[in-house]
Every structure is written in structure tokens, then in C-alpha cells.
Design a protein around this ligand. Structure first.
Ligand SMILES: [Zn+2]
Length: 405
């Protein structure tokens, strides 16, 4: 199959896999099939669209008659696809993964390991950690994102302790002056939740009772607490975590970067997410999936303070969401009708997704149109191409950051 594929210096359309996780949007709210222009299966959740070469859901490269997994093509001709520099740095694998995420309800509270921790976890417990890679990630809101990211600043944590004594009583004394103390407190909370679920159940029941009896209107976090308590039961430690993490409301175009060890949970919204090519997740709450409290305690970064939200940096018409990750650089561009851009790839692979409008690509003496929801990969072989908006358009691009030529 791969033998018949003859790589040319041209862009290739991708066909991508949808993940139907239970927290995805459904029916009229289902965003991913709407983006792709596909029919919605009634009642089925549409959670994620994976664009890349992860073995769990590799994209297919479409050529005239064939559909071939992108990862297999890259493995066969790494330098032609990735470019010399990328192949040298990351081996014969695509280093990043692009996703469209569509959350109707909270995803689990999670953190991702560093590269070193990931390798260790994979060795120790390959069943739960099939992936030996780290997973730094950046999320950009398409139509808004509500998320919990990282621990609140110290002053706010102190306010939480006094406003919700039920949590403080359950977690034990809270001398939260520094990050070591916060780590100890949170570790104690997680471990006690595991060892004494009835005590946590009783604590969240007391808090729920107090909130429902109270005359004053509930805050967003308090409403969330009551909803999630019904959904996951009162013995889920995520219910306490809700109060300890930064609650973010990202406007369209705003992004948040989550590095290794930072606890987070997306609550609602349609987003573009870009990460290192990995599915390495350590979960600790708000999930029926495997929870690994000791590992979370081990990898947790107890950093206090506001979450790193950014609207991106403008550069030559692009909005770039810069992160410290070496594997990816996500950018976004809005194009007016008829606007044309010349793109030099610098001999590095790029992947694009059209999120609004449509664009036409020009290379050599060929051309192809890509409508809303379409995605394409530009192999390193194609060093230059033109892109013109057929109507007002928005596109996302991922590439490996590096010296631009
Ligand atoms: Zn994550």
C-alpha cells in the first residue's frame, strides 16, 4: 500500500478520526460534525477530532486513489515528510498532534507527566500509560472555553479555606504559605479521599446542604459543585479541587498553555488543542476512568497563581501561541475575502485546519480548494505555496518551532 504512494511536493488532504468520548457534544450542539459538514448521529457524543499520526487515531493522507496513514508515510520517508531538522530532532515520527475538542460537560481533572516521568510511568505501568511521551498542551477557544487550570493564587486559596470549612476540615490543617505546604495539603486531600470515601461523602454532603439552604445566590463554582456531585457522587475528590483551581473563561481566540504537572480540567467549549504527540493523562477526579492518585501526587506541580492565558503574538499576519514546547507552534490567521498569503515552510512539515470560510492553495501550476473543516498536511518537500481566501476565512497551522528560513 505504501509502496504505491509516491510522495510529491504538494499539499495532501487529510481524513481524521473522531473520538466519541461521553463528555462530547451531542445532537444540535455537536460541533465536530457541523465543522466537517457531516450528518450527526442522534444521541452520539462527538468529543475530539485527532489530526496527526498518533497510533490511537492516525489521520489518513488522501491521494488520488488511496488513503494511507500519515504515520506510516512519515516512518517510510522521514526526511521528505518532516524535513531534515525535524527528523533529526524527533526521529521518524510527527512530533505534534492537533485536535478539535468539543466539551458539553467537564473532562476529568488531570495532569500530564514530564518526559522523564512519562518514560518511567510507561515502564512501570504500560497498561495505563501506553505512551512514553510527555504532553505539554495549548488550548485556543473557538467560541469560548470554560476551564480549571492550576492552583489559585495564595490569597484566593486562603479565602477558599475560610469560606468552605468543609474542605479544610477534610484536607486537614492548611498552612498554605508556600508551594511545599500546598503540595502536602493536596496530597493529603487526594489520599484521604481514596482511603476514606465515606468521610469525603459526608463533607461534600455538608457543603451541599449548606449551599442549598443559603439565601445568597450561588457562585459559578458552587453551582458546578452541586451539579458534579450529583453526576459523580459525593466521594469524588474533584469536588474539592473545583474550589482550589483557577476558573477561566476564555474568549474566542484566547489560549491557555498547560505544562507538565499542572492540574487542569476543561469544563465546556469548542476549542483547538495542540500538544506533543501523546495521550499521556494522569487522572484524579471527575471521571469514571482509572484514577491514579499516587502518580498524580508524584507529578503534581503545586504552583500558585493566575493561569497562563494569552491572546497570542501578532507576527506577519499570524497570531502565534508561543509556548516553551519544542514539538509544536500553533498559530491562527484570519483572512479577508481575496486575501492571498505566500507561505515558506522552511523545509519543515506543517498541518493546517480551516475553521471558517474556505481557502485555495496554489503550488507549482496546481491548485486545490479547502472548505470549512478541511485539513491538509504540507510535507517538507514543498517549501513554498500560496494560500488565498475564497471567502472570509480562519485557519490554524501547526509546525515545529525553529529557525525560519
Ligand atoms: Zn490535559
Amino acid at each position: 500500500m505504501i509502496k504505491e504512494f509516491e510522495l510529491a511536493a504538494r499539499p495532501y488532504r487529510l481524513r481524521n478520526r473522531v473520538q466519541h468520548y461521553a463528555w462530547g457534544t451531542r445532537n444540535e450542539a455537536a460541533f465536530i460534525p457541523r465543522l466537517l459538514g457531516e450528518a450527526v448521529e442522534p444521541g452520539r457524543p462527538y468529543a475530539e477530532l485527532w489530526i496527526g499520526a498518533h497510533p490511537k487515531a492516525p489521520s489518513q493522507v488522501l491521494s488520488d486513489a488511496d488513503a494511507v496513514p500519515l504515520g506510516a508515510l512519515i516512518a517510510a520517508e522521514p526526511e521528505a515528510w518532516l524535513g531534515e531538522a525535524v527528523a533529526h530532532q524527533f526521529g521518524a515520527e510527527l512530533p505534534f498532534l492537533l485536535k478539535v475538542l468539543s466539551a458539553a460537560e467537564a473532562l476529568s481533572i488531570q495532569a500530564h507527566p514530564t518526559q522523564e516521568q512519562a518514560a518511567r510511568l510507561h515502564e512501570r505501568d504500560p497498561e495505563h500509560y501506553p505512551d512514553a511521551n510527555h504532553k505539554p498542551e495549548v488550548a485556543v477557544a473557538l467560541d469560548g472555553l470554560t476551564a480549571l487550570v492550576g492552583f489559585k493564587p495564595w490569597a484566593e486559596l486562603r479565602a477558599v479555606v475560610s469560606a468552605y470549612p468543609e474542605i479544610a476540615e477534610f484536607g486537614g490543617a492548611m498552612e498554605l504559605a508556600d508551594e511545599t505546604a500546598l503540595h502536602e495539603f493536596y496530597a493529603r486531600l487526594l489520599r484521604r479521599a481514596l482511603a476514606e470515601p465515606e468521610a469525603l461523602e459526608a463533607a461534600t454532603a455538608r457543603l451541599a446542604h449548606r449551599l442549598t439552604e443559603r439565601q445568597a445566590p450561588l457562585s459559578e463554582t458552587e453551582r458546578l459543585f452541586l451539579q458534579l456531585r450529583v453526576k459523580y457522587g459525593g466521594a469524588d475528590v474533584g469536588l474539592c479541587s473545583l474550589f482550589l483551581f483557577n476558573l477561566l473563561h476564555l474568549q474566542p481566540g484566547a489560549g491557555v498553555y498547560t505544562e507538565a504537572g499542572v492540574p487542569h480540567a476543561y469544563l465546556r467549549g469548542n476549542i483547538i488543542e495542540c500538544m506533543a504527540n501523546s495521550d499521556n493523562v494522569v487522572r484524579a477526579g471527575l471521571t469514571p476512568k482509572f484514577k491514579d492518585v499516587e502518580t498524580l501526587v508524584e507529578i503534581l506541580t503545586p504552583q500558585m497563581g493566575p493561569a497562563p492565558v494569552s491572546t497570542g503574538e501578532r507576527e506577519a499576519g499570524w497570531i502565534i501561541y508561543r509556548t516553551p514546547a519544542a514539538e509544536f507552534e500553533l498559530s491562527r490567521r484570519e483572512l479577508a475575502v481575496g486575501e492571498r498569503v505566500e507561505i515558506a515552510t522552511g523545509g519543515r512539515i506543517e498541518i493546517y485546519l480551516v475553521t471558517r470560510g474556505s481557502v485555495r492553495l496554489h503550488w507549482a501550476d496546481e491548485t486545490a480548494a479547502y472548505g470549512r473543516g478541511a485539513s491538509f498536511v504540507v510535507p517538507a518537500l514543498l517549501e513554498r505555496f500560496g494560500l488565498a481566501a475564497e471567502d472570509a476565512a480562519e485557519i490554524f497551522r501547526v509546525r515545529v518551532p525553529g529557525r525560519r528560513l
